[in-house]
Unconditional design. Structure first.
Length: 558
């Protein structure tokens, strides 16, 4: 008998999906504001992403290490419901910590920026626990065969949060009146726009987190949903992950130290290039570590757990790359649009007018809105439409979602903007028709479109280049469920552990944006988008390799 979906419980659960999207997308507005207010470089501004997405990795790693040490799955012991409640309480502490962190901060006070990062890390640490619990929780609330569709619905709510987050934060910080770049800087210099505004924002966020925790705690319709799977120990996998963590921590620590002091002989000359070298080392240790894990586990799988499966290891790199490219496109977009590239101080590298932090927000919202469009389309299957109706919905739903974006940002876009993005949406619709719901084919098509979009953005100018970059959101939108489902396919008893490893690889959002930020400091903001090209290129290669690996295991992917 098919298990019915617990819709009342699901409606409560998706509230946390909204929070993740709202806060994460707000980074696109918060990052350029911090750069202006604290007078920091592009790499330093990207540390917002490092703190936020790095917390996902450290949180998931901590759960894995504790579970491995005790031999008991900590989250299963707590229950998914309690795990989410604990995560919300941790996030509320982080949001509350923003208040003392920015108290009486002045423009150019870079030290305060690092206090904000600590608070932000705590917020995301709670998100890590929430997400680790919420993903299997959503699957447990009905027929397991339709679990991915419930995740798509939750993802649609998450994307709605990403769409309105930048606008709400921009309104709170800058107000509703569009300002020129000089006007905005003057207001900041005169103390009329202050970092203390963030205190009121995060005081409200604290209240929302506590309210959500209370909603989960007192909800009688929400089951505890304890996990039933046995924890599989993987001592060697734990060692390699801890080694990767140590190297990353040392590399970033050295970069941090270089900003406070150049007394270290290593930083006496070519300091920017050496900072970039350390960041690249942190990236390579992840790739080399995972490849080494597979090489060793293929000889002797004992102690490696899920890492002995090639589809999982390739999938870990794919999730790392996917989250990295999704985040880095928008995180560096603000700098691209506000950077002055000509003597008149009126044009940015794309040949468009230089924008201020307030004017950038609608474009960040449009980028994240592209992810919402794709995820809404991905959720169509949950309603079991006929083939004919499904084709109609493939065309209607994207433009309905686009209408929601326009409504949320009412009056922010010109007719040129609307027509340009409508064309981009049409390209995405064509991709969905060609993909035919097959995960490998979907990844191939949208990865290729991502490569082409980034190349056009690199070599074109004007609105063509801008919307080529904005297309990244449309093309990333449907990748997470494809990568996740392919990576855990045929893992058997290691499925739960493999899922935890994949969540850790959200770390890509912490590593790749700062690398692009440092590239931008050295070679320029527009050329730095080559890193996005290489990310999409790996995802294209991953689709082909995984199809062949699963085929050898007798698993159909199309």
């Amino acid at each position: 008998m098919t298990q019915k979906t617990n819709y009342s419980a699901l409606s409560t659960l998706v509230t946390v999906f909204f929070f993740w999207g709202f806060i994460a997308a707000s980074n696109g507005v918060f990052i350029p504001f911090c750069k202006t207010y604290f007078n920091i470089d592009q790499f330093q501004s990207q540390l917002v992403d490092f703190a936020f997405y790095g917390a996902y990795y450290f949180g998931a790693l901590a759960l894995f290490v504790v579970s491995s040490t005790t031999g008991k799955d900590v989250l299963n012991k707590w229950g998914y419901k309690n795990g989410i409640i604990y995560g919300l309480l941790i996030s509320s502490l982080g949001a509350l910590a923003v208040l003392p962190a920015v108290n009486n901060a002045q423009m150019g006070d870079a030290e305060v920026f690092y206090y904000v990062l600590i608070a932000y890390f705590i917020v995301a640490l709670g998100f890590s626990l929430q997400q680790t619990a919420a993903q299997p929780f959503a699957i447990s609330l009905g027929d397991p065969a339709k679990g991915s569709h419930r995740l798509n619905l939750a993802g649609g709510v998450n994307s709605f949060g990403t769409t309105i987050g930048p606008i709400v934060v921009a309104l709170i910080i800058f107000g509703s009146t569009p300002l020129s770049g000089d006007e905005l800087n003057n207001l900041i210099n005169e103390g009329k726009i202050q970092i203390s505004t963030i205190q009121y924002l995060y005081l409200g966020v604290t209240a929302l987190f506590l309210g959500a925790a209370a909603l989960f705690y007192f909800s009688k319709k929400l089951p505890s949903a304890d996990g039933e799977t046995t924890f599989e120990t993987a001592r060697k996998a734990m060692v390699i992950l801890l080694l990767i963590t140590a190297v990353i921590s040392v590399c970033f620590a050295l970069v941090f130290v270089s900003y406070g002091s150049t007394d270290l002989s290593f930083f006496k000359e070519h300091i920017e290039e050496k900072r970039l070298l350390l960041l690249v080392i942190s990236l390579l240790i992840i790739l080399v570590g995972l490849i080494f894990a597979y090489w060793q586990s293929s000889k002797n799988p004992s102690g490696w757990g899920a890492m002995q499966k090639p589809q999982l290891l390739l999938g870990m790199i794919a999730i790392f790359t996917y989250v990295g490219v999704e985040v880095t496109i928008q995180s560096n977009l603000g700098e691209l649009l506000k950077f002055v590239s000509d003597e008149t101080k009126k044009l940015n590298p794309l040949g468009l007018k230089v924008m201020n932090d307030a004017e950038i927000a609608p474009y960040i919202s449009l980028y994240w809105g592209g992810l919402m469009i794709g995820r809404w389309v991905g959720a169509i299957t949950v309603f079991n439409p006929t083939k004919g109706l499904k084709k109609v919905l493939y065309i209607l739903v994207p433009y309905i979602a686009f209408g929601v974006i326009l409504l949320v940002n009412f009056g922010a876009y010109t007719m040129v903007d609307i027509i340009a993005f409508s064309i981009c949406v049409a390209v995405q619709i064509g991709g969905f028709f060609l993909a035919k719901d097959a995960p490998v084919r979907t990844l191939k098509i949208f990865s290729l479109l991502g490569v082409l979009g980034m190349l056009i953005g690199l070599f074109a100018h004007g609105n063509l280049a801008l919307y080529a970059f904005l297309c990244g959101g449309l093309f990333c939108s449907i990748m997470w469920p494809c990568i996740f489902s392919l990576s855990i396919r045929n893992l058997g008893k290691y499925t739960s552990q493999g899922s935890a490893f994949l969540i850790m690889m959200i770390l890509g959002g912490a590593i790749i944006p700062p690398i692009q930020g440092k590239l931008a400091d050295i070679i320029g903001i527009q050329p730095s988008y080559w890193i996005a090209v290489f990310c999409f290129l790996y995802l294209l290669i991953y689709a082909y390799m995984t199809k062949n690996i699963l085929a050898k295991q007798g698993v159909e992917t199309d």
